[in-house]
Design a protein around this ligand. Structure first.
Ligand SMILES: Nc1ncnc2c1ncn2[C@@H]1O[C@H](COP(=O)(O)OP(=O)(O)OP(=O)(O)O)[C@@H](O)[C@H]1O
Length: 339
């Protein structure tokens, strides 16, 4: 288990990470996403002991660490997986995995679980990127770490391999039942492999929660737009519903300030909008992008609101056509104060 309390990190006088609070349970995978330079790698480096804490504390496997109590990286029991694999070039696969591991059993076990038994005598330079990353993960897990940190583990691999290897890594972490923090640039990767997702902005956690909660009920507009295509439909609040040009819609109405909002914007994603040919309709198609399995449409409603709609690839609508746009989402929409 890992606990961060108000953790902060500075480079010189510059604070780059601050106020991080989180607890990772046994076997829990947290994915960390955010724009470039927001402090994701620095957070991992501080947890690993490669940067000192400037504020707050970190508790890991009974060790309490803060700016006065430092524990060297080798004593933290953390397994690291990097984007450049970082294998020892002069050691073969089983020697890499077994490096400083006293027993043979975990080496054989992770060779088998990760499907690389036949590569045990291979040298790193003869391996593909995907194979190297499996070896790097096996090496991290063979030490029975109390935490695994993964810094962009898939970013040096091609798209098709990325999609399959992400689940291989997730399954291996779950088999080991070890908590992990997995930094990625890829929102789809973060949402699909994390038990929870943390979205960072300018050194702070803007939101942390289950992938579904962060995607559907983002804490703010930054999270809403960072996690996926987002448009905002203006409306006027009346109780638990909001009156918009697309009808009266249910919203996620809960906490404090939102209660007092009257003029609001509702988060609508491309999958929330249905289109049908209609004259006169209520909208016009501005453009269409063919994506293979689907088509993405840019649509302007008659009141000037600009939205996107994603449809099946067989949808025959074309740019310039009049359409009836409607909300097809079956969940209440997230609501923000109007801007
Ligand atoms: N060794 C360093 N000395 C000074 N500043 C640094 C150092 N390493 C990183 N920074 C700065 O700290 C901030 C956070 O960097 P960090 O690498 O943690 O961001 P990141 O979210 O991982 O970015 P990316 O997604 O591009 O990898 C950036 O402004 C970066 O320029």
């Amino acid at each position: 288990m890992l606990t961060l309390r108000n953790m902060g990190v500075c480079y010189g006088q510059t604070s780059v990470v601050s106020g991080l609070d989180l607890t990772l349970g046994d076997g829990e995978i947290l994915t960390l996403v955010g724009p470039t330079g927001c402090g994701k790698s620095t957070t991992l480096r501080a947890i690993a002991g490669l940067e000192p804490l400037s504020e707050g504390s970190l508790t890991l496997a009974g060790m309490q660490i803060d700016k006065h109590r430092f524990v060297v990286p080798e004593k933290r029991g953390i397994g690291m997986v990097f984007q450049d694999f970082a294998l020892f070039p002069h050691l073969n696969v089983e020697q890499n995995i077994g490096f400083r591991v006293k027993r043979r059993q975990p080496v054989d076990y992770w060779l088998a679980v990760l499907g690389i038994e036949t590569l045990r005598k291979a040298m790193p330079e003869t391996l593909s990127g995907g194979q190297k990353q499996r070896v790097a993960l096996a090496r991290a897990l063979a030490h029975s770490p109390s935490l695994v940190l993964l810094d962009e583990p898939l970013s040096n691999l091609d798209a098709a391999l990325k999609d399959s290897l992400r689940y291989v890594i997730r399954d291996a972490l779950k088999t080991a039942n070890v908590p992990a923090i997995w930094v990625t640039h890829d929102q789809a990767e973060a949402l699909s492999v994390g038990d929870r997702v943390g979205i960072m902005q300018a050194g702070r956690l803007a939101q942390i929660g289950t992938p579904e909660a962060c995607f559907r009920e983002p804490a703010d507009r930054f999270v809403a737009t960072f996690l996926g295509d987002a448009a905002f439909l203006p409306g006027r609040r009346c109780g638990e519903t909001v009156q918009t040009v697309l009808g009266k819609l249910p919203v996620t109405a809960k906490d404090g300030p939102k209660e007092s909002m009257e003029c609001v914007d509702l988060l609508v994603r491309p999958d929330d909008i249905g289109l049908a040919p209609a004259a006169p309709g209520n909208a016009c198609i501005d453009w269409m992008r063919y994506e293979g399995e689907q088509r993405l449409f840019g649509v302007t409603l008659d009141d000037g609101t600009v939205l996107k709609s994603r449809q099946n690839h067989e949808c025959p609508l074309l740019a310039g056509e009049r359409v009836a746009a409607r909300i097809v989402a079956r969940h209440p929409l997230a609501m923000f104060a109007a801007q």
